[in-house]
Design a protein around this ligand. Structure first.
Ligand code: RTP
Ligand code: MG
Length: 140
């Protein structure tokens, strides 16, 4: 198995709660390497590209508004099977149901706005990772 890369975001809710360090700590403790790291406020245009697969879904516009509402942390991580490994660290999309031990299960909850504020994003396939890294870190 060759090493692979994944795009990780600490979403605006996680960033505002000061959880960037905790998320990066878990990534490093798991043994993945940080390749790139950036703090930025994403434009709606970037997020339309990032979430293109969800365009047209009922939650899409609210998701773009939330994700562009404030600063976030973007990172590229690297390691064997880090795409599925980080998805496992993150836990299920719904933080209420994400298992304890995972980022969303330990640190997330429902704040009365459904499953939107779930702290982190992680690429879901090698194809998604390559596409997303091109959006957030075009210099790589
Ligand atoms: P992500 O892409 O952020 O890593 O999360 P995911 O794969 O676990 O979830 P996905 O299905 O790709 O959905 C992307 C993000 O959209 C928000 N969402 N809201 N029904 C809803 O209101 C709803 N469903 C999804 C969440 O922020 C989710 O992470
Ligand atoms: Mg997803």
């Amino acid at each position: 198995m060759t090493s692979e890369r994944s795009l990780v975001l600490v979403k605006p809710d996680g960033f505002a709660r000061g959880l960037t360090g905790e998320v990066l700590r878990r990534i490093e403790a798991k043994g993945y390497r940080l390749v790139a790291l950036s703090v930025l406020t994403a434009s709606p245009e970037m997020l339309h590209r990032h979430y293109a697969e969800h365009e047209g879904k009922p939650f899409f516009e609210a998701l773009v508004e939330f994700m562009s509402s404030g600063p976030l942390t973007a990172a590229v991580i690297e390691g064997e099977r880090c795409i599925e490994g980080f998805r496992s660290l993150a836990g299920a999309t719904d933080p209420t149901l994400a298992p304890p031990g995972s980022i969303r299960g330990d640190l997330g909850r429902d704040w009365g706005e459904g499953v939107q504020k779930n702290i982190v994003h992680g690429s879901d396939s090698p194809e998604s990772a390559a596409r997303e890294i091109g959006i957030w870190f075009p210099q790589l």
